[in-house]
Design a protein around this ligand. Structure first.
Ligand SMILES: NC(=O)c1ccc[n+]([C@@H]2O[C@H](COP(=O)([O-])OP(=O)(O)OC[C@H]3O[C@@H](n4cnc5c(N)ncnc54)[C@H](O)[C@@H]3O)[C@@H](O)[C@H]2O)c1
Length: 450
């Protein structure tokens, strides 16, 4: 390549650049001859294309949302919606909220859920829900429109207590021991699971030994349920007991009384277990801001009580029905108060729904000696029933009567069923179970011998 060639190319390049720049200068404005953007929009049907685009996008968006909505209903049927309620349940709220724990109020605030039409439906765990108190509580919660999950290991509870809810889509029953952790998405936890009668609470079904089952259930089980409540942000109610007052030196017992419990006696696994459960609940409340409620339950009776579990009302009723003498321990002058189960359930629900942590005494302040109770049982069941005296059991408290002023004032609650009205209500249930049970056990023994 010679020099002249180089010069020629350079000249050519320069000429081309000059021509291009001249052409650019002369070319029309890219927006057309006019610089007006409105005119530009209307040229070449651009506006029509834009409108068609918007229409397609709108149609597509609406169709997908509609399909998504139907999909939810088909794959995750919600019992509340299926049963015709016009309010979405919390589960639907969770899902539409992208799986986050979105509270009802936050959605209501968004305007999607009409407020004030009907109370919201909750998902509630009842541990020990197959037992005496638990099963009555479940009945009320289901009747109120809530969804209930019962967690029970059937140590003292029975499926029979809940069989009338089987098949209800708002009811679930899980056989589970609360000493093992469990994860459930719920709004409230009623923690009742505990071997509650002296016959049972001294026995540990897990170790199959007499190392106290109540203590382990009360400590490890309560810790597990508190952990669950914390994890899912649920409100937690503990069913503690009047036994935390031990053999009380203050009468009647107010919640401010700290009790007189023997820490090394035969009943202490239950009493101290419940005291620890209260401590743990308060620690979670203070330490983790958990919403906690504590009920101290006094003697309660009613249908579905365990028969022959060593509690005085069920003992007397079963003995009178079987035509056996009523066994009175000691001189029969020790006093107890007896609360009908529907009163207790009402108190528990008010406590759970209210704003106060407690503890609250829930019991009937009507005080009876054991001998008076035996007389009522004679009146109601069998006037000819005999009374038999036996030596008293160790650490049996002499007096027990709740001071319920705090529950009256802050929960607006007090019992309404008297002993003479309540006792007959449990008799037919006991009669049917005792004589039905006998037939069953006869059948079972003849089957096994065959
Ligand atoms: N009934 C009363 O007079 C009374 C008095 C004071 C306190 N309480 C308390 O109320 C609650 C209910 O008592 P109740 O009278 O209905 O007794 P209950 O024995 O009929 O019910 C207790 C239920 O807990 C279940 N349970 C026990 N250990 C469990 C475990 N480890 N895991 C899962 N489930 C377990 C049992 O199977 C049973 O269904 C208990 O916590 C009890 O301490 C009751």
């Amino acid at each position: 390549m010679n020099n002249s060639e180089l010069i020629h190319r350079t000249t050519n390049t320069t000429t081309n650049q000059a021509q291009q720049s001249q052409q650019r200068d002369q070319s029309p404005n890219p927006l057309g001859k006019s610089t007006n953007p409105i005119r530009f929009m209307f040229r070449d049907q651009r506006f029509i294309f834009l409108l068609i685009g918007v229409a397609i996008a709108t149609f597509f968006f609406t169709a997908v949302r509609h399909h998504h909505h139907h999909h939810h209903h088909r794959t995750r049927p919600d019992p509340v919606i299926e049963s015709g309620s016009n309010l979405p349940s919390r589960r639907v709220l969770h899902e539409s909220g992208g799986g986050d724990h979105i509270g009802w109020s936050s959605l209501s605030a968004g305007g999607r859920v009409p407020l004030g039409l009907k109370r919201k439906s909750l998902r509630i765990v009842v541990t020990g829900g197959a037992g005496f108190v638990g099963s009555h509580l479940v009945d009320r919660l289901i009747a109120r429109g809530d969804s209930v999950i019962v967690v029970d290991n059937f140590f003292t509870g029975r499926k029979d207590n809940l069989v009338h809810h089987f098949g209800d889509p708002r009811f679930e029953l899980i056989r589970h021991d609360v000493v093992e952790p469990i994860l459930l998405e719920v709004d409230q936890i009623y923690h009742l699971a505990c071997p509650a009668s002296p016959v049972h609470y001294k026995f540990n079904p897990i170790l199959d030994s007499l190392i106290c089952g109540a203590h382990k259930t009360n400590v490890v089980g309560t810790l597990n349920m508190l952990g669950l409540a914390k994890r899912v942000g649920a409100r937690f109610l503990l069913t503690s007991t009047s036994e935390v007052y031990g053999d009380p030196l203050q009468h009647p017992q107010a919640e401010s009384y700290w009790g007189n419990v023997n820490p090394i006696g035969v009943r202490s696994c239950y009493d101290e277990g419940k005291r620890t459960a209260e401590t743990l609940s308060m620690d979670y409340h203070r330490g983790h801001g958990l919403e906690v409620r504590i009920a101290r339950i006094f003697n309660t009776y009613g249908p579905r009580m365990c028969i022959d579990d060593g509690r005085v009302v069920s003992n007397f009723v079963a003995q009178a029905l079987r035509k056996e003498p009523l066994t009175v321990y000691g001189d029969g002058k020790q006093t107890r108060s007896f609360q009908y189960v529907s009163d207790l359930v009402e108190g528990l629900m008010r406590l759970m729904e209210g704003d106060h942590v407690g503890p609250f005494n829930l019991g009937n302040p009507g005080e009876f000696t054991m001998l008076e109770l035996a007389q009522v049982v004679q009146e109601v069941i069998d006037p000819n029933a005999k009374i038999e005296f036996r030596p008293n059991t160790e650490d049996d408290p002499h007096k027990r009567r709740p001071d319920i002023s705090k529950a009256k004032e802050l929960l607006g609650w007090e019992p309404v069923v008297s002993l003479r009205k309540g006792l007959p209500l449990m008799v037919s249930d006991f009669r049917q179970r005792i004589f039905g049970d006998q037939k069953d056990s006869d059948a079972a023994s003849s089957t096994s011998s065959a």
